[in-house]
Design a protein around this ligand. Sequence first.
Ligand code: ADP
Length: 491
Amino acid sequence: MAPVMDSVASFISREHQLFIGGEFVPSKGTSRLDVYNPADDTVLTTAAAAGAEDIDAAVAAARAALPEWRALPAARRAELLWNRGTRITELADEFAQIDTLNNGKTTADAMAVDIPLVTGLLKYYAGWATKLEGRTITPMGGSNFHVYTRREPIGVVGAIIPWNFPLLMCGYKLGPALATGNTIVLKPAEQTPLSALRLAEIIREVGFPDGVINIVTGDGPGAGAPLAAHHGVDKITFTGETTTGQKIIDAAKGNMKKMSLELGGKSPSLVFADADLDAAVEGTFGAVYFNQGQCCIAGARVFVHDDIYDEFTQRLVDRVSQIRLGPGLDPDSTMGPLVSREQQTRVRGFIDSGVEQGATIVSDAQSPVPEQGYFVRPTVFTGATADMRIMREEIFGPVAVVGKFSDEEQAIAAANDTAFGLCSGVWTRDSARVHRVAAGIEAGTVYVNTYGMFDPAVPYGGFKMSGFGKELGEESLDSYLQTKTVWVNLD
Ligand code: ADP
């Protein structure tokens, strides 16, 4: 097991407060959040549980900072964002350990995925800060007007993020919000506040003006709900469960907040008979089990052509049996624990429901599961029908459901038989089929002969109940900007 770095141990043992107006300040209330290590079920530390008064203070700080932030040369905004990305890279080992200790993910995954993506996207959006332009338009009804558009920041952004990628999700929100000249109040998930708090220390160090970024730790009802409802917040950006997204829509309507919602999924992978089977097994495996299955994009419904169904399923089961469960700090672990006791109970409940409703577990039941910590045995189901809970609901755990199809039409119908529409995977060597299926699938992303690719320059976001408003890429900027039209009479 890798030892905990001194700098990480010293950070974790600090008295954690709220980051408001460039200062660490105590919460107005006295309640605290217990912050757990999911690998051994111990309390690592506590964090402040913000309430409505703290949210008021954070929103006021963000509003007060807006004029200075908007007036700052775009090149300076870019520099600050870029420098923060660089600083995270310098502290990569520290951030990776913090997320491992607090979220459970393996340090290898944090180093391979979370850290490069968060630094990459801060730098990508640093580039956009200097490239935001409006248009000049010649009105079709006459040319004695000079008409142009300005793309302006929306104002104060409220960001509410989940626990599955604690540091990375901060970057998803901070990058585009700040590049476009907004200020922000960010609430991490109550389970995983630590990397966001370490980030707050860097924000000070790098020199962001006070109040541009405020980080308030707290739970959903106590801190998230007042942030979503606050009339001083102009836009809300949320990543989390669809049912929470619906509550946020209700809370946000009071002052017509702009919104982008990145919600749940139940994504399909379609494996055709002509697929490269080695690649399909490995890709489908990663699609389901990466990050302990705690990904909105998890490709948890796998549909396989009849001709290769038996072979594919056996190979997937073999691959799953190679998983080594253990603490994320242990380099021999290939899968860590789930984030919380609650999540462990929930996922086990889904597995029980699958069995009760008549599906069959075909994965190895003998592999050891550590007793301490929130581990769940990676599971493969077959024989599930379309109405079962394991087919319809987002499990957010290491559970695959493998079904069959006999032709392309049936495959597309199975893929689309869900209320969600986040991602999908297609495994085939037939290039014409690729394009037919990509057009037929109702989802924001179609991965072809790959799965789970993310890049700061490539937009990502859901259809149907998976939300609206794209993240990443140039598209994300649109949801943080509003277009103002200026008509100038030339007479
Ligand atoms: P999970 O149940 O998996 O934790 P959630 O969607 O509930 O997923 O949580 C994602 C984020 O939403 C967290 O930061 C959480 O605190 C926040 N949250 C939960 N409930 C609410 C709510 N009613 N209003 C605003 N934010 C909320």
